[in-house]
Design a binder for this molecule. Structure first.
Ligand SMILES: [Ca+2]
Ligand SMILES: [Ca+2]
Ligand SMILES: [Ca+2]
Ligand SMILES: [Ca+2]
Length: 418
């Protein structure tokens, strides 16, 4: 087992050669408002300020969607600078979230320049920084190598100032498949590392194609899925890496699964929704008794999944016929972008307001509002070729990460207007 901890590769200036600078020639500087070098609105910008009577408008300001006002002076009211990470190839669809003091973007890549292959990567941003920002550092979590490649998707639950990097690894030589859990501590070094070889327990066959992780109280629950197989692990989070855990596996003959999402349940129970374009099946996982069985209710059996995500209490399913958003209790269900083939979608709720990011034909759409049946929406200009998206919203801003076929990019927005 190899644990690589760098955590200190500063990323300053990263992505500068791929910064989306379209439209920078279109700044509309209202020279009538410029008074011989005086910063009228006091926002710190004079000559580059495209509205010197509005302190919320300046280069690098957080853009507000849908208000017709170009807050960051890039020439478009709904566009802001998308920064691409450099040095990555073959990234996984990103996931974003936050700890108490930082935003975190987690992905994994086939290579990460110059030294790493099949590596999980978490980029760390300051929660309190103003405007757009670069990551302050990265945290690498691995254990993989070119002989043990990382699976196609990763996940990242967080609590306090810790987060977990969750991935699957495959060892083709002896058909061993691993679910790997990395816990970072407060200073962004990898504190614990656990690799659970499914073959030692139930001899599952076939690689895992997705992983989904949830924190349930003090327990971290993780489920990996793939064609014909579910592997689930529950660990007491504070006791990682070698605290008590339950390890549950099941072979599912005839079931295909490209994607899975783990739902909270009562007590020791969780529900795993797994599927692909052929439909979604739901499974009860009982960690207490270490059993997996088909769930009594199959709420998404008729949906074709392009991706399945869980945001807090919501299940977000990107389908060939729009996005389905379901409360985990089953009481509420919404559909939006109906009729569109949605490649990926993510939703983040904050104080009764949702903001959704949706990928359709490589374009990025954002939608928001208190009611998913009546979302406001815009297509973000000049972003194309997107394969995946993740979104996180808090009181101060919206954090969006995207992937294309090579790398990941990100931008920050102001909270959408209420
Ligand atoms: Ca100004
Ligand atoms: Ca201004
Ligand atoms: Ca705007
Ligand atoms: Ca703009």
């Amino acid at each position: 087992m190899r644990v690589i901890v760098t955590g200190l590769i500063l990323m300053g200036g990263c992505g500068s050669d791929k910064v989306d600078d379209k439209g920078k020639g279109n700044r509309q500087i209202d020279t009538a408002q410029l008074t011989d070098g005086v910063d009228v609105d006091g926002d710190g910008f004079v000559e580059d300020d495209c509205n010197d009577e509005d302190e919320t408008v300046f280069p690098g300001a957080l853009e507000v969607l849908g208000d017709g006002l170009d807050h960051d002076c890039d020439g478009d009211p709904n566009r802001t600078a998308l920064v691409w990470a450099t040095g990555m190839t073959g990234v996984r669809v990103p996931t974003v979230g936050a700890t108490t003091e930082h935003y975190v973007l987690t992905t994994a890549a086939d290579t990460y320049t110059p030294d790493y292959t099949d590596v999980g990567i978490s980029l760390i941003f300051d929660l309190t920084a103003k405007g757009q920002q670069q990551p302050r550092e990265d945290v690498l979590w691995t254990g993989a190598s070119s002989d043990e490649p990382l699976g196609p998707q990763v996940d990242m639950p967080s609590f306090g100032e810790n987060f977990f990097g969750i991935g699957n690894y495959q060892r083709p030589s002896d058909t061993a498949y691993y679910t790997t859990i990395v816990k970072t501590n407060w200073d962004w070094t990898v504190e614990a590392f656990k690799r659970t070889p499914s073959s030692e327990y139930h001899g599952l066959s076939g690689p895992f194609s997705d992983v989904s992780a949830r924190l349930a109280g003090t327990e971290l629950r993780v489920a990996s899925c793939g064609p014909g197989a579910i592997h689930a692990v529950a660990l007491t989070a504070n006791d990682l890496p070698f605290g008590a855990y339950a390890n549950v596996s099941a072979e599912i003959p005839g079931e295909g699964a490209t994607h899975c999402g783990l739902q909270h349940g009562d007590g020791n129970n969780s529900v795993l929704h797994m599927g692909d374009g052929g439909g979604i099946s739901s499974w009860d996982i009982r960690f207490g008794s270490e059993t997996i069985s088909a769930a009594a209710e199959q709420p998404f059996a008729n949906l074709s999944a392009n991706n399945i995500r869980i945001d807090r209490q919501w299940i977000v399913i990107a389908t060939t016929d729009g996005v389905t958003l379901s409360d985990e209790s089953g009481d509420s269900e919404y559909r939006f972008f109906v009729g569109q083939n949605v490649l990926d979608a993510d939703v983040s709720w904050f104080e009764g307001h949702a903001v959704a990011a949706v990928v359709i034909s490589g374009d990025l759409h954002l939608a928001w509002g208190p009611d998913p049946d009546d979302f406001s929406e815009v297509r973000i200009p000049d972003i194309a070729g997107i394969t995946g998206v993740s979104i996180y919203r808090d009181a101060d801003r919206v954090f969006v990460a995207v992937s294309d076929e090579d790398t990941v990019g990100w931008f920050f927005l102001a909270p959408p207007p209420v």
